[in-house]
Write a protein that binds this ligand. Structure first.
Ligand code: FAD
Length: 401
């Protein structure tokens, strides 16, 4: 494994950092304080135009569809840079959930689906959402989904109740996970179906308040009802019953992107923490950083962030070399390990800032509000730990069902 940066990527990262520092970070204060994305959307539109003009648009997409054509390892590095602010990925059109939706549309979409749904998403003309989790079924075991899509003539008719459909507010379409084959084996019951949000029966009940903010537009998590949504069967993504297989494809690279984004947040929070430790005097001539316990936090954060980055790059390398399936254990390991490093680094950064850490005068509170969920979405810690432990135990002769 060679984790050194190619020279050309080093220059790209420096250019991207300059845009993030100069154009994106100044917007985060307004967003952090209100939680309202609509307040910064017009300014971000201008930043997006600049990003496109400079050739940094959609780093994760191939060049032939307007992206930068980076490898997973290269995009991982870019994702870390963009993660330094909550608005970074959106500014460069590689934000969740759109990036994952672009990926599965590119991989599994028909030509007509690519024209109608992928192309406008790749251009950044529209947004989308991914609608799987339900309030009345455990997201950790999605084979129990209750939402159904029943064939009627040449259509599917969808009934269901979802929540935490991130970014549904203002999205032009949802990719919905629904049971199409109730009698099949559990992992073959559900399919992914594209539902334009203009479809009669698609109803956003509310943007769910999350840690005090309901948010809006891209930065929101909606409760959604599908009340007899009728869409053509041509909106089925991939094969019928392949919903979980496609979801797995989506989650592999998605977890690399998320983990590197979290490392970007860790680095920014760590920077703020160290600056505060070096300048906040707790007695004349005695900054916080002279205290051994603060030094211990700093050393632990530095080591943990470093370890987390190497683990993610290794997982990305393995995925590139051997495919997502071969890297399954590594992907589960980084998902819970990096989410917990993020949690600890953020917590220590807040603690170092004292009361200031609880305010919205630094980005730390917004980071915490948005990212405590890292240990829950895309598979809770415990689910990923179970995956790793089962594989380890199997090698010792214990097969856990
Ligand atoms: C901010 C945010 C954004 C999200 N965005 C989306 C989105 O865009 N689209 C979407 O479809 N979903 C989204 N989700 C939903 C997310 O994927 C689910 O919350 C997640 O899968 C967990 O499901 P659940 O909430 O139903 O928890 P449950 O399945 O009810 O689990 C609750 C808790 O039980 C524990 N647990 C679960 N399984 C096990 C186990 N096997 N062993 C031990 N303990 C276990 C874990 O601690 C877990 O946190 C989002 C969630 C959040 C918080």
């Amino acid at each position: 494994m060679d984790f050194s940066l190619p020279e050309s990527l080093g220059k790209t990262l420096a250019d991207i950092r300059a845009i993030v520092d100069h154009d994106v970070i100044p917007l985060e204060e307004e967003f952090g304080k209100t939680g309202l994305f609509s307040k910064v959307e017009p300014a971000l539109k201008e930043v997006r135009a600049k990003v496109k003009a400079r050739g940094f648009w959609a780093p994760q997409l191939p060049r032939e569809v307007g992206g930068m054509g980076l490898t997973l390892m290269e995009h991982a590095r870019v994702s870390e840079e963009l993660g330094r602010t909550t608005l970074g990925h959106y500014a460069f059109n590689c934000q969740a959930p759109d990036a994952g939706n672009m990926e599965i549309l590119m991989q599994f979409g028909s030509d007509a689906q690519k024209d109608a749904f992928f192309a406008p998403l790749a251009r950044g003309d529209v947004r989308s959402c991914f609608s799987m989790t339900e309030p009345d079924a455990p997201g950790s075991n999605p084979t129990w989904l209750k939402t159904t899509a029943v064939k009627d003539g040449s259509d599917y008719v969808i009934h269901g109740h979802k929540w935490f459909t991130s970014s549904a507010d203002g999205a032009s379409f949802a990719i919905v996970m629904a049971v199409t084959n109730p009698d099949a084996v559990p992992h073959m019951r559900a399919s992914q179906i594209i539902v334009p949000t203009s479809t009669p029966g698609f109803r956003i009940v509310r943007n769910i308040p999350v840690m005090g903010h309901s948010g809006d537009s891209y930065a929101s998590h909606a409760e959604v009802k599908y009340e007899g949504c009728r869409v053509p069967q041509a909106n089925l993504l991939g094969a019928e019953g392949a919903g979980f297989a496609i979801a797995q494809e989506r989650l592999g690279p998605g977890r690399i992107h998320h983990c590197m984004r979290w490392i970007g947040i860790c680095e920014r929070s760590f920077e703020l923490m160290c600056r505060r430790a070096a300048t906040r005097e707790i007695a004349p001539g005695k900054p916080l950083g002279t205290k051994q316990i603060v030094q211990s936090w700093i050393a632990e954060c530095r080591a943990e962030i470093h370890a987390a980055r190497l683990m993610v790059l290794h997982a990305a390398w393995k995925m590139e070399q051997k495919g997502a399936h071969a890297a399954r254990e590594e992907i589960s390991m980084i998902k819970f390990f990096v989410a917990n490093v993020l949690d600890k680094v953020l917590d220590r950064a807040v603690q170092t800032h004292g009361a200031l850490g609880m305010t919205d005068d630094t980005p730390l509170a917004a980071f915490y509000r948005h990212e405590r969920a890292a240990r829950i979405y895309d598979g809770a810690d415990e689910v990923h730990k179970e995956v790793v432990a089962k594989r380890v135990l199997k090698a010792h002769g214990l097969v856990v069902g």
